[in-house]
Design a protein around this ligand. Sequence first.
Ligand code: CMP
Length: 140
Amino acid sequence: MDIQQTLSIIKPDAMKSKLSGKIINFIEEKGFSIIAQKKIILVQKQAEAFYSVHNERPFFQELVSFMISGPILVQIIEAKEGVSLYRKIMGSTNPKEAEEGTIRKLYGTDIQCNAVHGSDSLENANIESSFFFNKLEIIS
Ligand code: CMP
């Protein structure tokens, strides 16, 4: 099994509710190591660029407004089969449909305020990680 790195974002809703500590603890207990981390506030152009794949979707502007509404915690996390493992422990996009015991079920509110983001493929994990971090900021 391959060790993989993936990009995690603790979103503004979870940050405002002071849930970042609980989510970090959850991620580490599932076997991930955090190899890069920073707290930032995105500006509109950055959020639009990060979510550009969704720019034709009806929820795009709302998503961008939400993602710039406060601080976020961006992380590169690493584990065996890390990309699919993180998707599994995050749960479904909509917290109301998420499996019991997943991050979104425990800490999400609705399909937009869903606590966390995680890359959906190894290719996107690499692209998304380089969007936020340079090599000097990654300690593996
Ligand atoms: P995320 O995993 O960050 O990827 C894209 C985000 O768009 C997703 O989580 C949700 O927060 C948001 N999203 C997806 N579908 C909808 C929707 N129907 N309405 C509002 N936001 C959505």
